[in-house]
Design a binder for this molecule. Structure first.
Ligand code: NI
Length: 186
């Protein structure tokens, strides 16, 4: 497994529309293994393949799994008190979503250190292929629903800052560019 560099805004690759995976192979799994390691290293809770420069409809996520210590507590953002629970989504589709929306403060590994509220459906019905290429249909809610909608936006070249005002979006991109430049100069 390899940690791959994560693309940040305003890299034009992030605006690209990803393509479906024709067949789930060992190569697909190797990519997902790399993506998961890259995500854990960042650290983050979700990553789309396009964020490591591979425009394919693939997402990895880990929202953690409640452990004995915190029982069935509500969604924790950082997953700190949770057991690892990697999830893999190949060619995900949203089959249904409920009208009710809720704001949630989102962030993105491609827009580091920027956080803002985005409204999303509180429940979505998904269809996707898992790590082994097996079809799964299920409802997502809570943080799972938020995260999968955020990640699926990446597959369409949409970032969470695209939902913000023009001014906030500009400011976010500038902030990231400035931080990247500092890193380069260091
Ligand atoms: Ni993101």
């Amino acid at each position: 497994m390899t940690i791959r560099p994560i693309l940040t805004v305003p890299n034009p690759v992030l605006k690209q529309r990803s393509k479906p995976v024709a067949k789930v192979t060992d190569e697909t799994r190797a990519l997902m293994d790399d993506m998961l390691e890259t995500m854990y290293d960042a650290p983050g809770i979700g990553l789309a393949a396009v964020q490591v420069g591979v425009p394919l409809n693939i997402i990895v996520m880990d929202l953690g799994k409640p452990n004995a210590k915190n029982g069935n507590s509500e969604d924790t953002e950082d997953g700190e008190d949770r057991e690892p629970n990697p999830q893999y989504f190949i060619n995900p589709e949203i089959l249904e979503l409920v009208e009710e929306q809720k704001p949630y403060e989102e962030g993105c590994l491609s827009v580091p250190d920027v956080f803002d509220e985005v409204e999303r459906s509180i429940r979505v019905k998904l269809r996707y292929l898992d790590y082994n290429g097996k079809e799964v249909v299920e409802w997502a809610e809570g943080l799972y629903a938020v995260c999968i909608q955020h990640e699926m936006d990446h597959l369409n070249g949409v970032l969470f800052i695209d939902y913000l005002s023009r001014l906030k979006r500009k400011r976010a991109v500038k902030k990231v560019q400035k931080a990247e430049k500092l890193k380069e100069d260091a």
